[in-house]
Ligand binder design. Structure first.
Ligand code: PMP
Length: 366
């Protein structure tokens, strides 16, 4: 047989990212609660700015200058310490690529965001997975696995898919205990759902420490998942490394325009946060009432809840049952969680409908 290009052996090890679905097995369009998008949509001001953006015949600003300045102003950062990306996914990948390579280790916790595994492997590094403690992040277990080959540590706070959250003191403890030549990537994709007074201190840490990159996204609370826009902040030498390898025009004209307007509409962010807090609390308490059926919602600081099905009713059955009722949710056997179903907090009526449907299914399974 004729020779053909062979993918690198470390690329062969990668399982492609599996996105949250919006259709049932039969192809029916469902209400999508499988990708942690904002049920309130997008800020009207951001939609208007997106419409008014310059025509697509022009390249966007390659450095996302105005957007970086707005991000910096809102969060009191130095714009020189801010980088924008094609979603925060791009920045996670760039971080691994710039700071790890073959022979190096990239460390993260079990039940971490699935992109960390891809980011580690695609640069030829070895992923190392720390054990959890009852689905939560165990800082000591993570630190135990740091070796002199560890180059990057990924941690999402709040974490996806578990929803667990570490307070400021634990983030500071982890950072202080890591060797100073290990890059700590603190992924704050869901940080805006955390009440400001419970902030984990990551952004402040990234302004002074030499080895921490904090990433955020416009995909969740800002309702701009389709624009593919994220940002990160770190010491100048880290931003410099990421800038060297990012795509030259990595944020589009419409993403920059919509992102900027979205940042200025903090009322929308506040409404989204309040909706999430109220509906999540109501949904979790409805599920907690089903504890005798082996149903356990994990405490969540994010815009989704991971529900464990440890009794007669299985996560797979609920996943299918909810699809029949019109809802797409995220069943996670591929992430080692066949007992887990992750449901995004959606509209109030939908969450009440889902809680009632799960109760019905639990009673029928007895
Ligand atoms: N980090 C975490 C923890 C996430 O859950 C997600 C989205 N699923 C991302 C990063 C990436 O989001 P985006 O690329 O859309 O910014």
């Amino acid at each position: 047989m004729e020779k053909r290009p062979e993918m690198k052996p470390w690329i062969r090890e990668i399982h492609a990212y599996v996105p949250g679905k919006s259709r049932s097995a039969s192809g029916r369009e469902l209400i999508k609660l499988s990708a942690n998008e904002n049920p309130l949509g997008t800020s009207p001001a951001a939609l208007e700015a997106r419409r008014a953006a310059p025509g697509p015949d022009r390249y966007p600003d390659p450095d996302s200058t105005g957007l970086r300045e707005e991000i910096a102003a809102l969060h009191r950062l130095d714009p020189a310490q801010v980088i924008c990306g094609t979603g925060s996914d791009e920045l996670l990948n760039l971080a691994a690529q710039a700071f790890a390579g073959p022979g190096d280790e990239v460390l993260y916790v079990r039940y971490g965001f699935s992109v960390y595994d891809i980011a580690a492997r695609r640069c030829g590094a070895t992923p190392v997975v720390a054990p959890d403690t009852d689905y939560g992040t165990d800082i000591d277990a993570l630190l135990n696995l740091v070796t002199d080959k560890t180059r990057v540590v990924f941690l999402a706070n709040p974490n996806n898919p578990t929803g667990s959250f570490l307070p400021k003191s634990e983030i500071a403890r982890l950072h202080a205990a890591l060797p100073s030549d290990v890059l700590f990537v603190l992924d704050q994709a869901y940080a805006e759902y955390v009440p400001p007074e419970e902030d984990d201190g990551g952004l402040a840490l990234a302004q002074t420490a030499e080895n921490i990159l904090v990433t955020r996204t416009f995909s969740k609370i800002y309702g701009l998942a389709g624009e593919r826009l994220g940002w990160g902040t770190a010491a100048p030498h880290i931003i410099d490394a990421l800038n060297r390898i990012r795509g030259p025009f990595n944020t589009s004209l419409t993403a920059q325009a919509a992102g900027l307007a979205a940042l200025r509409d903090q009322d929308f962010v506040q409404r989204s946060r309040e909706h999430n807090l109220a509906e999540r609390a109501r949904f979790v308490s409805a599920l907690e009432a089903l504890g005798n059926h082996g149903i356990r919602p994990l405490p969540s600081a994010a815009n989704f809840v991971l529900i464990l099905f440890e009794g007669a009713l299985t996560a797979e059955t609920v996943h299918e049952g909810l699809a029949e009722r019109g809802y797409a949710t995220r069943w996670l056997p591929g992430q080692g969680l066949p007992q887990g179903l992750r449901i995004t907090i959606g509209a109030s009526a939908h969450m009440q409908d889902i809680a009632a449907a799960i109760r019905e299914m639990a009673e029928a399974a007895q």
